[in-house]
Design a protein around this ligand. Structure first.
Ligand code: A2P
Length: 347
């Protein structure tokens, strides 16, 4: 089957869409044909796929016939509207937006953590929030051994998490400031250049942001364990690529920092960089374009009996979005799950 697959990238002109095409090509994804879709604005323009170029087509309701697998990164509104048409046409969707993540019909998957959840898919699979993905790649092995009870996480998130417009806003504001001009805020409510915003996505009734509550709710769904309590503070920092996270966990059983380092150095998708004496720890500027999720600064929390602190960094456009989505697609092929059994579920 995989040799005959036609794969669509929806949102192909965006920051994540371009990275998806790059990742599909770099990993020699077994597709017979790759098609690129975006809005009517971009129809006819070109996007790179390896050494070749694909002509961007306009996304419409009726384009999914003959497409076996579609990877979406075109925002929640586009996914809400178009993913059901895809599933109805028998095309399996891997969606990078928040639109389907908490829908009981849709598995929410980090392949290193819960690939088994794919077995029950009904046509739409959700890719988790970037900050949740990198946190859980590291926390899952610790949860399996020590039982995580509570997580306190503070994030330092790059502007590429807001897409191309976030990248352009930071670039423009840095240029404006260096040229003595007042920077204009188009994408964020305040200046992001040389600033930190304790605010990502909209504020909710409980005074948390939607981004913070995504980390809380998605963690429980992915770990399939409502007993894990998460509290999050998400901040936007003037960094182009790679999110960093300060993570504190309290566990059921004691696990030493040394044991955690050994465990994590054997965990899939994780790379430990943790040697304070040599000043070795993960940092956004040195993780750009890399696949692994990096962890360092692992140390025992001296204020509680069973606690650890750590610092987690990953490329948000890559593992936090494009790579995780492509890994889901690869896992679907490996498990022979590129099919929609009941095409009426989402219509
Ligand atoms: P376009 O470039 O035509 O606007 P980013 O997250 O970097 O902002 O990228 C968003 C991606 O989603 C772009 O490829 C964008 O295409 C695409 N997109 C946005 N709205 C739609 C839509 N209504 N239909 C199809 N693609 C869309």
């Amino acid at each position: 089957m995989s040799q005959n697959l036609t794969v669509a990238v929806v949102g192909a002109t965006g920051a994540v869409g371009r990275e998806m095409l790059k990742t599909l090509h770099a990993r020699q994804f077994p597709a017979a044909s790759i098609r690129a879709f975006a809005s009517a604005r971009s129809a006819g323009s070109k996007v790179a796929y390896g050494d070749t170029e694909l002509t961007v087509e306009e996304l419409k309701e009726d384009i999914f016939d003959g497409i076996h697998l579609a990877i979406f990164s075109a925002g929640g509104a586009t996914s809400s509207k178009f993913a059901p048409y895809a599933a109805h046409a028998g095309c399996v969707v891997v969606d990078n937006s928040a639109a389907w993540r908490m829908d009981d019909r849709c598995p929410l998957v980090v392949p290193e953590v819960n690939a088994h959840a794919l077995e029950k898919h009904q046509g739409i699979i959700a890719n988790p929030n970037c900050s949740t993905i990198q946190m859980l790649v590291v926390l899952k092995p610790l949860h399996d051994v020590a039982g995580i009870r509570r997580v306190i996480v503070s994030t330092y998130q790059a502007v590429s998490g807001t897409g191309q417009k976030g990248i352009e806003e930071l670039e423009r504001q840095v240029r404006d400031l260096f040229n003595g001009r007042d920077p204009e805020n188009k994408t964020y409510p305040y200046r992001i250049a040389f600033n930190v915003l304790p605010h990502i996505d909209v504020f909710l009734e409980n005074d948390y942001t939607k981004e913070e509550m995504k980390m809380v709710n998605e963690t429980v769904k992915i770990l399939e364990d409502p007993s894990v309590r998460v509290t999050a503070t998400c901040a936007r920092v003037p960094v182009f690529f790679c999110h960093a996270e300060s993570v504190n966990i309290e566990t059921e059983k004691k696990i030493s920092a040394k044991e955690a380092r050994i465990l994590l150095s054997q965990a899939p998708g994780v790379k430990v960089i943790d040697n304070p004496r040599e000043l070795l720890y993960p940092m956004p500027a040195y993780c750009i374009g890399d696949d692994p999720t990096y962890v360092g600064r692992i140390r025992e929390d001296e204020t509680i009996d069973n606690g650890l602190n750590m610092w987690i960094v990953a490329d948000n456009v890559r593992k936090g979005a494009a790579l995780n989505a492509v890994q889901i697609a690869e896992e679907l092929i490996r498990r022979d799950l590129v099919r929609v059994t009941d095409k009426s579920v989402f219509m």
